[in-house]
Design a protein around this ligand. Structure first.
Ligand code: HEC
Length: 163
């Protein structure tokens, strides 16, 4: 009886121990497949550049779409890597930077789109670029200085309203 109990408990424990290792490997494998922060930021550039042209054409629904995409892709960037290592060895928490970007930048631009105010939009857009840059500087990438785009990043999306 005792032997049986030992055998039974061993068979209960062993599969758990064996299953734990492949699970850790699987997490590592999935982590290795995630895009880099720089890759996600290229999406941010795409959406934010298009936003400028959609709003300049007074295409408010399209501008709102690009603003929402900008916001969600910046948030995704931070989920990919919430803490960056600085050259000094210190950690840089991206969350507070993203919060000031969202409140000072995204929310301000959204208000101008809701009011269909082109002039106020241009000001809020430029202010948001300053917040983009503030995060790049904090992340020790001062050479990544975004400016008002010359051309839309999209090549086949119509910026003018359809009707
Ligand atoms: C919360 C911080 C943060 C905010 C806000 C932010 N960025 Fe970034 N961005 C980064 C970091 C960090 C990198 C560098 C990623 C890397 O190379 O690892 C980066 C890189 C970039 C790059 C270079 C991508 C490449 O590799 O070619 C572009 C373009 C960019 N950001 C655009 C923007 C724009 C436009 C905004 C604002 C609408 C913005 N970013 C807002 C943190 C931020």
């Amino acid at each position: 009886m005792r032997t049986l109990l030992i055998a039974a408990s061993a068979s209960l424990v062993t599969p758990c121990v064996l299953a734990a290792e492949p699970a850790v490997d699987a997490v590592e494998q999935l982590r290795a497949m995630l895009p880099s922060q720089s890759h996600a930021m290229m999406d941010v550039e795409y959406h934010f550049a298009n936003l400028w042209f959609a709003a300049r054409e007074s295409n408010w629904p399209l501008a709102t779409f690009y603003l929402n995409e900008t916001r969600s892709h910046v948030a995704w960037t931070v989920r990919l890597r919430p803490v960056r290592k600085l050259a000094s060895g210190q950690d840089l928490e991206l969350k507070p930077l993203v919060e000031s970007f969202e409140h000072g930048g995204i929310d301000a631009v959204r208000a101008t789109l809701e009011h269909k105010d082109g002039k106020a939009f241009e000001r809020a857009y430029r202010d948001t670029l300053t917040l983009c840059y503030a995060c790049h500087v904090a992340a020790e990438k001062p050479f990544l200085k975004p400016e008002v785009p010359h051309d839309p990043a999209a090549r086949l999306i119509r910026m003018k309203p359809s009707s």
